[in-house]
Design a protein around this ligand. Sequence first.
Ligand code: GDP
Ligand code: IMO
Ligand code: MG
Length: 422
Amino acid sequence: MKVDVLLGLQWGDEGKGKVVDVLTPKYDVITRFQGGPNAGHTLEFNGKKYVLRSIPSGIFQGDKINIIGNGVVLDPALFKEEVEALESSGHNLKGRLLISKKAHLILPTHRLLDACSEFRKGSSKIGTTGKGIGPAYTDKISRNGLRVGDILSDFEIKYKAVVARHEEILRLYHFKYDLKSIEKEWFEGIEKLKTYTFIDSEHFINEKVNEGISVLAEGAQGTLLDIDFGSYPFVTSSNTICAGACTGLGVAPRRIGEVFGIFKAYCTRVGSGPFPTELFDENGEKMRNLGVEFGSVTGRPRRCGWIDLVALKYSIMINGVTQLIMMKSDVLDSFEYIKACVAYEIDGRKIDYFPHELNDEVNPVFTELPGWKTDMTKMQKENEFPEKFNAYLDFLEKELNVPIKIVSVGPDREQTILRENK
Ligand code: GDP
Ligand code: IMO
Ligand code: MG
């Protein structure tokens, strides 16, 4: 058995949570491999909506095992909040949620350092989610971090040493903060975390794969936010790409099976940074309103624009995508025309690759297709698709050279159409 990976091909919020939930019945183990509570993965079923941040999106389907892998950074306070919200809606996670001892902890001071760093950057700020992601990964890479396994021995001593170092930095920049109040809920979170089983997840997952048990790895953020290949420095601090599943789970590259690449029929981005196909007109506004494009974690309005095939081809290459999944097609249902960026123009020169720096000089070159002007939200089968929508799918498949196997026509679990013959 191999580990299949599902990941975002754009700037995040593609709809990963929904599709992981839809695919979960085919798998026994669902696992997150990077990121942390900067993620907000939305699932809708039976008229209810849930937003997951650190817990894998397989948690709602039967007795599946869900794992928070070693590549994740975990905030105990937010973990407690998330678990309690699920418990209060009747979802008990005990015995079904396992946590890697090697996952790093986000400390309360990481959140303060995140805010301090953003403040100091001023107008060139990244627009982070403010969850302490960058500082937590910084400590991991500089070998100063605390891991979930550290909770098991001399934890207070280790915690105080790290916090003392963080406070030195905060004082250096005269950053005002009140640690006591956030520390209290953080330690309550530690107590909650301790009621869950900590495991050596790399052993666990490899053993399961050897036993023929199926594993789905759930990405967070998106390829264009990857620390190496995204629109640096306006990125997150982890490898969001397929290779991140190898390091974030301890799974060898040859054990990776299908790579599901998920994208919106258009494109969005939240936070600062370049976005060549961004729209500032009524079409962008229409996408935001119809697609309810507001951050699931921060509530920030998402920037909207046409689909960018140059960027998508790059993401497909980096991840070795084997199947595509197109989300939010319904949002374009009423558009007269659809545009797709097929190349960039820089200084009057046309290029068809993703450049080293995606700055304001990069202008999109568009191809225009007719809109399908049909409500697709109640459709169940591929043969109901309007002709012009099929033409859009054909165009995308030809450009991207990978089959689109699933089309999503609404936020609900049921509004998902499998393309059987693809
Ligand atoms: P994720 O971070 O990739 O899991 O995506 P988010 O949950 O942050 O954002 C996706 C948003 O789109 C959520 O509000 C979903 O409920 C919603 N959504 C997912 N698929 C569809 C779809 O096909 N159509 C519409 N209209 N909404 C969708
Ligand atoms: P999901 O998993 C969309 C963006 C932030 C900011 C940048 C860095 O729901 O798709 P960070 O807090 O990670 O240091 O912020 O990355 N960002 C996301 N954008 N979806 C996400 O996650 C994101 N997680 C981080 O807005 O621009
Ligand atoms: Mg999201």
